[in-house]
Design a protein around this ligand. Sequence first.
Ligand SMILES: NC(=O)c1ccc[n+]([C@@H]2O[C@H](COP(=O)([O-])OP(=O)(O)OC[C@H]3O[C@@H](n4cnc5c(N)ncnc54)[C@H](OP(=O)(O)O)[C@@H]3O)[C@@H](O)[C@H]2O)c1
Length: 341
Amino acid sequence: MSRVVVLTGASSGIGRAAAREFAGRGDRLVLAARSPETLAQVRDECRRAGAEVRDVPTDVTEPGALDALAATAVAEFGRIDVWVHTAAVMVYGRFEEIPVEVFEQVVRTDLLAAAGAARVALRHFRSARRGTLILTGSVLGHVTAPYLSGYVTSKWGLHGLARVLRQESRDLPGVHVCLVTPGSVDTPVYQQAANYVGRIGRPPPPITTPERVARAVVGCADRPRREISVGRLNLLMRVGFTVLPGLYDRLVGPLMRLGGLTDRPVPPTEGVVFRPHPDGEAVRGGWLPDLPGLVRSIGGTAAAAGAAARRLRRQVAFRPADTGATTPTGPVRRQSRPPLH
Ligand SMILES: NC(=O)c1ccc[n+]([C@@H]2O[C@H](COP(=O)([O-])OP(=O)(O)OC[C@H]3O[C@@H](n4cnc5c(N)ncnc54)[C@H](OP(=O)(O)O)[C@@H]3O)[C@@H](O)[C@H]2O)c1
């Protein structure tokens, strides 16, 4: 039977990839984010995949917005089976240089709104005695990094909250609280971030794809687990952070400046912390090489080279045997140009 899935942060990155993944499974979706334009695009993508979808433009930090979202889901589809909360924003900067209102809005979005979503979802699940809440944490909910104080504060709070919620719902075997904790993911969150550090942020390597994280999210909905970590270095980072805190703290600053910030300058900006920027929203952030594109262009070049080689072979074979004419006719003339890629 198809599930009813509420998904916040559905217009970009991991949330958008998860919407596509759930849609491909035939689940019924209620999609939320602030930007109505992008949300409508995602709705159409999911409908093309055959899913029943409602898009509900929502600012998760607005009072009452999450209750209204849940009410829409119940009114449209009769129940909620899975609630996935991915909505988040980031700010780069030295803690004391980040404007207070920006820091607080990051915490409001990434922690307090996630708590609000959990409250709404769990009230619903408790009365239904079943349901799965999936919160999107981060490796930065287990370790810390400089210039990301608002985000790190929120993710540490969220991880603590998820643990408490799991403990409190032990009396309900049908209710699950799951945490998906990605490392670096190729999404637009980095270039959309507020920034007071002067250089645009980037995901430090190794970078994984939002589609991979989306599969982990859907995997949690299929078979709930306490936590799914997605990222090859997550465990190593946690071990280093816990076992060698002095060394970790000495290295993390230089590593962050090297791998976590680009050379591209950026003036102080609030990014999308208070308002969405629909043009910047997509599944991928462009931080990974476009492998399918690369394969297509290598394939195109190989096909063109093959066609040129065949043409040359025919020219060489044709000349002495037939007329000796310098202008090739027949089969050589009929060769079509290699396709442009
Ligand atoms: N990318 C990574 O490397 C990475 C790593 C670890 C964890 N994560 C986590 O994964 C989750 C998704 O991140 P992402 O990288 O996919 O980011 P993203 O591409 O920037 O997407 C963020 C989503 O949140 C929505 N959003 C932001 N503020 C909102 C608000 N006030 N109300 C409603 N929706 C809001 C955005 O849409 P609108 O702007 O239109 O509202 C967008 O749909 C986040 O929880 C993030 O912390 C990401």
